[in-house]
Design a protein around this ligand. Structure first.
Ligand code: ADP
Ligand code: MG
Length: 727
């Protein structure tokens, strides 16, 4: 057997579950490494503590106070054995970034101290020119700085104190994922509070909640590292399906394999220490695929937690000889991975605005937020699709077992009926009888728990699941900030519109508040009916129907991304102070460029594997066959053609596939050359999408056929059955 493959398999078989010590009750060590509320109370003066609290509602922290906070933070970090600190941020590369500095500082007299002051806490200057900045780099000076985000608590990872920060250019433009998210959360807070006042004047703040569900594959490290495609691109570019895939449905919710279990326990311990409230773990549909989900949190913190989690997962993976694959589609023919974003809005008075209540009035509030969310998705479906676009997620969206690239909203039979009844309420003032009727029979009848919604439609990209919406089309690798920024912004925009329409009816038409609300909601239901879909989202019938309804179906990233710089998007983000035109344009350019680069890398790796690994192996095996036929000729003379019939066929077949590979790889290289000559980012990425990428499946076809023909002993790459079924 090919040495590389053989050694990898041998190493994988030697791995045993690592024993993880029992740590006692989780509640005891939860958030032990987080500078959270109770720790702050212990380490900070009262005024410093209050300053952090006030910062959450936007108040600035002065220089002297920040020195106090830094000093308390330092004392705490040193007491936990930390030696370094870092500003931890989420640049537009999609990963997290950090640069560690030691607390240690030598003194002139030969001694040394541990130093960390307000200055170091509040602001740092990483070299912004090494991070993607899109148009911002062209328009302005590239310099940027990270600034402390006091709304997300500092934490210790390893021996480093990590301070969550935003990353902005000196000109003020956001260079990261987090800044627009924070602005969007503020926008939705303000807009939602204003609407809440119709129902409860005491509401002061509304926070968006996020509960993500992270899917991933766990692959033995030696096996994964033996495949150049997994190492370089995070997915397999070739590989024939194993005889057994997921057709028996025997992995989903099955017993977790021992090695994976030990990994999960180790990971969960790390998460607990970091205050990531992980709760659920289980096998997913595909072999060696798993899921991890926390209890939901305030959206900003949940986004930080998810980014941090992906880092921690990688690091813990090392200890267990696993490579964690976050790619949305690492293996063809089995399920891909997603990251469902469960989203809701909650008031400071403890009400989940997307949860039906006990009284007709609280249900009217629920319906208001419910219908406004549907309308927001209806009006901005294309932008929502753009928010989850990436080269890797393209493999998942629109494929058979994943949500389609078409956005639609599933609400379940009960709520569909409620909307149907609301759609026919009288225009203008409602009669007392109708109002009573509505309150008793429609609004009043929404049960507190929507049982119907537990029977979900798994094919819907955006589903209402009882007390929250679940955005399922988000990619497993993605930073949730992108989808959360868009979702919260469009809902904010919608709520502002709603408020102004209701107010107009009350003020100019002299309507009662609830009459006006019913009137506006009725129109919204009519206007956004198109986005509601209860059927099978994977079916071809839906594609046709969606087209008729005028819903977009942008199957590829370059197509989808255009919505990010449409006039209406730029206006939307500007109106709500989430992003200015430069920031929107910059993100578009960065993502468009990244798309082309990812396909370029995949194309290079595929060319290498096909030509330098597969073809030489095919030739080797073909030579064995040729020797065999020559031997047959020696023995059987003229009869050899009959005796060696199958071998001769194989020799020809192998040649056909070698030819297929070589000619297609040549075409691919030529297309790449042509694409690289294009200067405009958009044109280049389009060329990679429509000219280069289509050749992947053709090249793969020949490689995978050869895998079936060639002696298993010779095959150089670890096979699907080995990658997916080694536990
Ligand atoms: P699944 O969708 O896998 O069946 P659940 O629906 O029970 O699982 O929950 C999935 C995620 O939804 C969990 O992370 C949970 O914390 C989160 N979640 C539950 N309620 C809310 C809410 N009101 N807002 C946001 N997320 C929520
Ligand atoms: Mg879910």
């Amino acid at each position: 057997m090919s040495k590389f493959r053989f050694n990898a398999i041998k190493s994988s078989l030697r791995q045993k579950p690592i024993s993880i010590p029992k740590n006692g009750r989780r509640s005891k060590y939860f958030a032990e490494n987080v500078f959270n509320d109770s720790v702050m109370k212990q380490y900070l003066t009262k005024s410093a503590y209050n300053a952090i609290k006030d910062a959450r509602s936007g108040r600035k922290i002065d220089r002297l106070t920040s020195d106090h906070i830094a000093s308390g933070m330092k004392e705490w970090a040193l007491s936990k054995g930390a030696t370094h600190y870092t500003h931890w941020f989420q640049p537009l590369t999609g990963t997290t970034a950090e640069k560690h500095d030691a607390f240690f500082e030598p003194l002139k007299d030969g001694g040394a101290i541990e130093k960390f002051e307000g200055e170091q806490l509040v602001q740092q200057e990483p070299d912004a020119s090494s991070f993607p900045s899109g148009g911002i780099r062209n328009t302005f000076e590239a310099r940027g700085y990270t600034a402390w985000d006091p709304t997300s608590p500092a934490f210790i990872f390893g021996s480093t104190l990590c301070i969550p920060t935003v990353f902005v250019a000196y000109t003020g433009e956001a260079l990261d994922y987090k800044t627009p998210l924070l602005r969007a959360l503020q926008a939705v807070d303000e807009a939602a509070v204003a609407v809440c006042k119709y129902f409860d004047k005491s509401v002061k703040t509304v926070t968006a909640s996020l509960g993500w569900e992270q899917e991933y594959f766990l692959i033995d490290k030696a096996l994964a590292m033996s495949r150049p495609d997994i190492v370089m691109t995070g997915r397999t570019l070739i590989g024939h399906s194993a005889a057994k895939g997921q057709q028996l449905d025997d992995h989903y919710f099955g017993t977790i394999p021992n090695r994976a279990m030990s990994y999960m326990r180790d990971l969960e311990r790390e998460c607990m220490l970091l205050g990531i409230p992980v709760k659920t773990r289980h096998n997913e549909v595909a072999p060696n695929q798993f899921e991890l989900a926390p209890i939901y949190d305030e959206a900003n913190l949940a986004v930080d937690h998810n980014s941090l989690l992906m880092d921690v997962m990688d690091k813990v993976g090392e200890r267990h000889h696993f490579k964690v694959l976050f790619h949305e589609k690492p293996f063809e023919g089995v399920n891909g991975s997603g990251k469902h974003n469960n989203w809701s809005l909650a008031t400071d008075t403890g009400v989940n605005l997307l949860s039906p209540g006990k009284t007709p009035m609280s249900n009217l509030q629920f319906l208001t937020f419910f219908i406004n969310t549907i309308k927001a998705v209806n009006d901005y479906e294309e932008l929502l699709r753009a928010a989850i676009a990436s080269a890797s997620n393209d493999h998942r969206l629109g494929a058979n077992e994943a949500p389609p690239a078409i956005m639609s909203v599933f609400i379940g039979a009960q709520l569909t009926k409620v909307l149907q009844e609301l759609e026919v309420v009288t225009k203008g003032k409602l009669s007392p009888q109708e109002k009573t009727d509505l309150k008793l029979n429609v609004v009043g009848k929404i049960p507190e728990i929507l049982l119907d919604n537990t029977d979900r439609n798994r094919t819907s990209p955006f589903a209402f699941t009882g007390n929250k919406f679940e955005f399922r089309a988000v990619g497993s690798k993605a930073n949730c900030a992108s989808s959360m920024t868009v979702l919260n912004t469009i809902v904010a925009k919608q709520l502002i519109e709603f408020k102004s329409e209701v107010d107009a009816l009350v003020n100019t038409k002299d309507m009662k508040k609830d009459d006006a609300i019913f009137n506006v909601l009725r129109e919204y239901i009519k206007l956004s009916k198109h986005i509601l879909f209860e059927g099978n989202g994977y079916s071809d019938a839906w594609k046709k129907e969606a087209k008729k309804r005028g819903i977009s179906n942008n199957k590829t990233t370059p197509e989808a991304l255009k919505a990010k710089i449409s006039k209406s998007t730029i206006q939307l983000f500007e109106d709500l102070n989430v992003m200015n035109a430069v920031e929107s344009q910059a993100r578009y350019e960065i993502e468009m460029e990244e798309y082309g680069l990812r396909i370029q890398i995949e194309s290079r790796v595929l060319g290498d594997i096909a030509r330098n690994h597969v073809v030489p192996t095919a030739v080797k095996y073909q030579n064995i066959l040729i020797d065999n036929v020559k031997g047959l000729k020696d023995i059987f003379d003229a009869d050899y053609k009959k005796v060696g019939e199958e071998q001769l066929k194989l020799i020809k077949e192998i040649s056909t596939h070698i030819k297929g590979i070589n000619s297609k790889v040549t075409s691919m290289i030529n297309e790449r050359k042509a694409a690289n000559k294009l200067v405009e980012v958009e044109k280049k990425s389009l060329a990679y999408c429509y000219k280069v990428k289509p050749l992947f499946s053709e090249i793969r076809y020949h490689c995978d056929k050869l895998e079936l023909l060639i002696d298993d002993e010779l095959w150089p790459l670890v096979k699907y059955r080995e990658l997916l079924f080694t536990k």
